[in-house]
Design a protein around this ligand. Sequence first.
Ligand code: GTP
Ligand code: SPV
Ligand code: MN
Length: 585
Amino acid sequence: MGHRRLEAWVEEVRRLTEPDHVYWCDGSQAEIDRLYGEMVADGTLIRLNPEKHPNSYYFRSDVNDVARVEQRTFICSRLESDAGPTNNWADPAQMHATLEGLFRGCMRGRTLYVVPYLMGPPGSPMAKVGIELTDSPYVVASMRTMTRMGAMALDELGTDGDFSRGLHSTGHLDPAVRYISHFPDENLVMSFSSNYGGNALLGKKCFALRLASVVARKEGWLAEHMLILGLTDPQGRKTFIAAAFPSACGKTNLAMLVPSDKYLAAGWKVETVGDDIAWLKFGADGRLYGVNPEAGFFGVAPGTSEETNPNALAACRVNTIFTNVALCEDGTVWWEGLTDVPPSHCLDWKGQPWTPGSGTKAAHPNSRFTAPASQCPSISPDWEKPEGVPISAIVFGGRRSTTVPLVFEAFNWQHGTYLGATMSSEKTAAAVGDVGELRHDPMAMLPFCGYHMGDYWRHWLDVGKRGGDRMPRIFHVNWFRKDADGGYLWPGYGDNMHVLEWIAARCRGEGDYVDSPIGRVTTPDAIGFREVGVSEADAKELMSVDRDEWRADVFEREVFFRKFGDRLPQELREENDALLERLGE
Ligand code: GTP
Ligand code: SPV
Ligand code: MN
């Protein structure tokens, strides 16, 4: 027996979009083999070298469709005030009218794929079903890797289960009619005219963050743009850490960190639970537990190498789709940072012949790999635990070339919420816009919070009250501080282990620190700067807190906070005032 509401919706969409065929995906190997075969045959995908990258494919997106489009992303809540000042709001009735015009007949000559998927570990009380209807086989194949797609989701749905709806069409990839529209009151996303990642794989940012954040607030949990990792120390003690960094600011890399030889020899281990999204809920013991709702990685390619992230490279060797990287003659792929020596010639992400002398990038800065999480050597044995993993620390971080020290700890949950709320980061290529521009990105959720950011902060404070002393400790990190010559002061990547060690120690109430106006900072010895080759002078600069710079930040934050009007929690204004006072006159 089928699911009447689901069948009725598919029929309604079929009438609207007029596809030639409707196909229900079962997620099987035979199905995906056939789809890949079709896409290779019609030129959508290029099959990569079967020895070096078995069952892996190369995809070039449209040159105008290479990143998330925040200006074309809408929250269509009933009231404009519920979308808040950080979202684009559109009237739901008007948006429906616009989109129905665009979707009408848009699938003529195409197949409408019904993609049932599960977000969250199978059998988890946190797992949720979504259905994406799409006319893009590339989206279907990507969803099969990024989610638990097919029969498993339909089984979970049964004949009457609830599901989140996503309707997607490639349209003609015209940026002028690109819409990524969310209807929280209908548990619905409609996406038109983009096939790119977060714009088109609707289980990811659209459902698991924007819609889920609205549900999470109602139900008392958190849907966050966070990695989750498990850190095991030589005594065998395990600490789970969740970290929120904005797009292309280091989540995948931290989640898959390989400790340096010294740490490995001593018995330290880092395991990956998730690299982009975390759903955090209270467990029976009153602690916060996290699951990774995804089943794959949609990771940034540039900068990924054997030195920086061998786990990611191993994960994307087979069964992977590469999007907008460079294509080498031998059917392998390349991107800036993969090797020190670039290929002497290849085809760039636009399909043009490229040589090291071309003066352009061979791979798009936001080029990506789509790979199954299960293939990652560091994947945690706990990553599919239905109850999730207990979170001991929450880490916020941004890309800040100045002002913000390597690491510091919040005094308490309220102060930590303030640290998250006042995070800023330099923009990256993950979204269309000016790369490098500093902007506020609260909790790394600026583009992903599906409701009023002031209400979201209130929710964070409420959750903290509920959890009391069982809540995770909160930290702030910055891997990206630069010296006067523009070089990074901190080596990053595997050496971030030194910071994780201190965080884990702090979670047990150990680890040396000193109070500073901005929070608890490490003592010079606690991080082992010398060991990672950071000079005493650089270490000092890395950890320095310049009171004038911080005072300027406080005043700027006050202006930012004004945007939220009376929905700004009073506690956050008080924290800002208290920081100013601690900084002194
Ligand atoms: P999204 O998938 O967009 O959410 O990105 P992400 O937060 O997972 O970022 P990712 O780990 O893919 O890193 C983005 C870029 O930052 C890559 O080019 C990395 O090589 C670089 N990066 C990551 N970690 C570090 C670090 O510790 N130091 C430095 N300097 N760069 C880093
Ligand atoms: C991000 O931009 O944060 C990503 C990639 O993780 S996307 O799926 O496009 O959102
Ligand atoms: Mn992300």
